[in-house]
Ligand binder design. Structure first.
Ligand code: FAD
Length: 139
């Protein structure tokens, strides 16, 4: 059974490129053997991540991520059973702040700020889909 889980969290310290790359390196090492795909978006202050895969694998990965000291205030904002993945080709695609088109943020929220805490989970899923559609997701 495939599921999609989306969560948001706050970076414990101002996110450096090397910390972000370290997180992505762990993701790219661990996610393929677990059949996990998805995308990780950040503006350096908050994270927005979508995990797709088997229900057990997504839960195991999410539970591991929540214990990571590099972020806090981890909140699930969307969870659903799915029949197909949106991000099948990414072991963990990345979207960093400098690649976010402000117009895409404004399309989905009152201000051009990435703040998944203040919008519905469905809005954050739509934002991630738009980022994918506009080639803002890098491998
Ligand atoms: P390794 O990847 O080998 O890392 C070794 C250990 O060092 C781990 O315990 C790790 O937590 C720790 N570590 C490394 N760098 C730092 C640092 N700068 N500060 C503190 N501790 C550090 N993991 C996934 O597998 N898939 C994901 O999709 C994923 N997404 C993540 C998203 C976010 C926002 C964050 C913060 C972390 C994410 N992680 C992800 C990392 C996850 O939390 C675990 O650190 C990782 O899965 C542990 O993998 P590992 O046991 O193979 O250890």
């Amino acid at each position: 059974m495939l599921v999609r889980l989306v969560y948001t969290s706050r970076a414990s310290e101002a996110l450096t490129p090397s910390t972000f790359e370290g997180i992505l390196a762990s993701s790219r090492k661990n996610n393929p053997p677990a059949g996990i795909t998805g995308v990780l978006c950040t503006n350096g202050v908050v994270f927005l991540q979508m995990l797709e895969g088997g229900r057990k694998e997504v839960n195991d990965t999410y539970n591991r991520i929540t214990k990571d000291p590099r972020h806090y205030d981890v909140q699930v904002i969307h969870f659903e059973e799915i029949t197909e993945r949106k991000f099948a080709t990414w072991s963990m695609g990345k979207v960093s702040f400098d690649r976010i088109n402000m117009a895409i943020l404004l399309k989905h929220s009152a201000k051009a700020v990435l703040d998944p805490y203040s919008v519905s989970g469905n809005v954050s899923v739509a934002l991630l889909e738009d980022l994918m559609a506009t080639a803002s997701v890098a491998s």
